[in-house]
Design a protein around this ligand. Sequence first.
Ligand code: FE2
Length: 314
Amino acid sequence: MYRFIDNTESRKEKRLVWAATRSVLENVGFLRNKNGKKSKSHWNVFLHLLKVFAFLLKISGYYRKGYGNAKNIKVTRLTLEFANLPPAFQGFRILHLSDLHIDSIPGFASIISEKIKNLGFDICFLTGDYRRDISGSFQHILKPFRILSKYIQAPYGTFAVLGNHDTFLMARYEKESGLDLLVNESVEIVKDGQTILVTGTDDPFNFYTEQSILSLETRGYKFKIALVHTSELAKVAAANGYSLYLCGHTHGGQICLKEGFPLISHQFEGKQFNHGLWETGKMKGYTSSGVGVSGMPVRFNCPAEVTLITLETG
Ligand SMILES: [Fe+2]
């Protein structure tokens, strides 16, 4: 079972403040990360370059191959050991899905569902980016999300954070989508009388606020997991005693020269955060290469993944 650490009234109040702040950030002429304001213009340049690149792929015949790669999702299985894991959580299984971009490929919800339907897991975490575009309507993703929804239900809950492609307006559909959104919020997961804490923040890549930092300052828990769209808050989480940090955003590069060598990763924290396991202080982290694609629906040398993580006492 799970329970939010704030009571319903307090959560409602915090949500209203968050929604007001996020709506302003989504509609002003700049974006905001932990270093301050940043321009929106780089994204438009990137989209123009993508069009040229897509044209070159099409005339060279590689586009079809990349499209096939994008639909071929692998299952990554990891076992992570922690000395401070409460014994009741020995063998606890996490399904981590990031960057679904569920509208990027026709029928993608069914492809993902097929991949995960026989995976056993205790809890499911989604670390942001549910639609392809970064603005505009998202109503068209609700139907595919409903298809996926029944396959991501887990005994200890399904929790999601928002990414830089998402809007605060999605929050009103969380229950309908069969999940709980964590926007600078924490839940206690209780198993056999023992508790771990899961904190989810709002996206720090484009919509950073100090509330995301504050939400990572919760004390009094032996084992804490942070869910953030990007790796940008890893140092903060590690300094606040988090043991595990799950993120995505990079798509592992999506298009790599060879595995692990992305053309673009959209992150500036260091190449160890591009994809896979990493450590910051005593905290372990994992950057998913993502389930879906953005920009154009192709992947090269960088498979899409769903990640099944088993926690063990070490
Ligand atoms: Fe993404």
